[in-house]
Write a protein that binds this ligand. Structure first.
Ligand SMILES: *Cc1c(COP(=O)(O)O)cnc(C)c1O
Length: 240
């Protein structure tokens, strides 16, 4: 049985997403909620998946690998999708690829090559998002905006990869307009990507987290990644 506190927290997240969608004139169903489950114990993650949150992501390979088998055991027969959303080094690709449906943090053509080769060896088609650093902050990973389209082009034509769209970690700032500008840039790059040959289906935009998902949804997010707002062990964050 899923913890009632967790269910209440998840309901709040779903309500926020739905309200943001409606005020942007969008269908709530048009926005997927990925639970960013870093530091969360497997039992809580399994409870969230059983409650209908079938999209989960980890941002460290070591933690993802450490939890994967137990989570799979806890969820036999329950469909869910595991994504990788963190900084990825080439030497971790081999451990990661067999465990995930999708890597959202593809920031270079070299990483595209490596992921394509390993996915091909394992006989899988791996979903990928190109991660873009829209804020230009040194601390943020992701490709420069000017490189996003060429990295996306490198994904196309790889039978072992499927380009799903673009991902970003937004500017961490109280300046809502500056945050929105970053998300608008990702959306515009997404349109450029979709204009390439063979990329018409790569329409997803993974952007927005607990603190700013309303802004991201107003700017066209198709997936938000929520961690702290869904974490029953924390006090709820201030919402905007
Ligand atoms: C942790 C994390 C999130 C979620 O952040 P919150 O602010 O806790 O909602 C989203 N994306 C990535 C890449 C993360 O590592």
């Amino acid at each position: 049985m899923t913890d009632p506190d967790l269910l209440a927290r998840l309901d709040t997240v779903r309500d926020r997403v739905a309200a943001a969608a409606r005020s942007a004139g969008r269908e709530p169903d048009a926005i997927d909620i990925l639970l960013a489950t870093k530091t969360q114990p497997v039992a809580l993650i399994a409870g969230a998946v059983r409650a209908g949150f079938g999209l989960v992501g980890e941002n460290r390979v070591q933690e993802l690998v450490a939890k994967a088998a137990d989570l799979d055991d806890a969820l036999v027969g329950v469909p869910f999708e595991r994504h990788f959303i963190g900084r990825l080094q080439s030497n971790k690709v081999r451990a990661l690829v067999p465990l995930v449906k999708c890597v959202q943090s593809v920031h270079s053509s070299e990483l595209v090559d490596r992921l394509a080769a390993v996915a091909a060896e394992t006989g899988r088609v791996l979903g990928v998002f190109v991660q873009v650093n829209v804020s230009g902050e040194e601390s943020k990973s992701g490709a420069a905006p000017g490189a996003a389209v060429s990295i996306a082009a490198a994904v196309v034509g790889r039978p072992s990869l499927r380009l799903r769209g673009l991902m970003t970690i937004g500017l961490n700032s109280p300046d809502r307009q500056a945050v929105a500008d970053g998300y608008r840039l990702l959306r515009s790059l997404g349109a450029d990507v979709c204009a390439l040959p063979g990329t018409a289906a790569a329409t997803e935009l993974s952007m927005g987290m607990s603190g700013d998902l309303e802004i991201a949804i107003a700017e066209g997010a198709t997936m938000v990644r929520v961690g702290s707002a869904a974490d029953v062990r924390r006090t709820p964050p201030a919402t905007g």
